[in-house]
Ligand binder design. Structure first.
Ligand SMILES: C[S@@+](CC[C@H](N)C(=O)[O-])C[C@H]1O[C@@H](n2cnc3c(N)ncnc32)[C@H](O)[C@@H]1O
Length: 258
């Protein structure tokens, strides 16, 4: 007999196209249980029928499943490595490297890379593609207005140089915004948007099953130009990186072999 959760997964997939199969079941169950309580349902089947009847609650469902916390210069020492070593090397090979921030959430990651590029090449005009499955997060990213807590890792001088105060918050300046294109994209289902010299996919796969992760890393490898680099999150080491064809530049930076 099909379980309550399997029924929910299949129905949600049919209703929204969203593939819960690739997300870790325990995490999803834990995350959804409070949301289910708050709307007064006791089973996944009931929750599905509630969502079907009240589609305005689908946003809350997606947000809970695809949690989107982010901040500028998340793990600052890694971004220092990116700005001091890997981006200068990529720029030497190609003055406008193709860059993709996959699972960008509310924009901090893509804008961080844009600011680093402007520091390295003040008149930089290339584009960074920034994608996420969560449309609300993308709207937030495009608005570019951040509370001070998300800015705590900014290197000295960046706040004054790249942001404008607005009430209690800070808005990213247009010259940084101009470098980033935000677009909706589901990493598990949509075709990849081209080939790249640098792909950032950080703190996204932690929610995926091992199988989904493996498939995704293979696809990232294929989407990198030879010599291109994949930059992962601080807890997302790829243990079979060599098998996939990568050279480990350092933990969390993987280069597609030439
Ligand atoms: C914790 S945030 C990471 C944000 C940023 N990369 C960082 O490290 O700060 C995870 C993001 O992954 C996105 N995400 C989850 N599943 C996804 C999928 N299948 N396709 C694209 N993005 C997804 C979520 O919407 C969320 O914005």
């Amino acid at each position: 007999m099909i379980s309550d959760y399997d029924y929910f997964k299949a129905k949600i997939h049919k209703l929204t196209g969203f593939d819960l199969d690739s997300y870790k079941e325990q995490q999803i169950r834990r995350r959804l249980s409070t949301l289910m309580q708050s709307v007064g349902v006791n089973s996944f089947a009931e929750y599905y029928h509630f969502l079907e009847k009240n589609p305005q609650h689908l946003d809350a469902f997606f947000q809970r499943v695809t949690i989107n916390v982010s901040e500028f210069f998340r793990n600052p020492e890694r971004f220092q490595e990116l700005s001091k070593i890997h981006l200068p090397a990529l720029l030497k090979r190609n003055p406008q490297p193709r860059i993709w921030s996959a699972g960008t959430s509310t924009g901090e990651e893509a804008y961080t890379v844009a600011m680093i590029l402007l520091e390295l090449v003040p008149r930089y005009q290339g584009k960074i593609l920034a994608t996420d499955i969560d449309r609300e997060a993308l709207d937030f990213a495009a608005a570019g207005l951040y509370p001070p807590g998300r800015l705590r890792n900014l290197p000295p001088g960046y706040l004054e140089k790249y942001f404008l105060p607005e009430g209690d918050n800070y808005r990213i300046k247009d010259r940084v915004k101009a470098l980033v294109t935000f677009r909706h994209h589901d990493l598990l289902q949509d075709p990849f948007p081209g080939t790249f010299d640098l792909i950032l996919c950080r703190n996204v796969v932690i929610y995926f099953t091992e199988k989904a992760k493996e498939r995704l890393y293979k696809r990232f490898y294929e989407a990198l130009n030879p010599g291109g680099i994949l930059f992962t999150g601080a807890t997302e080491q790829i243990f079979n990186s060599r098998e996939l064809g990568f050279t480990d530049l350092s933990p969390f930076f993987y280069q597609r072999r030439e």
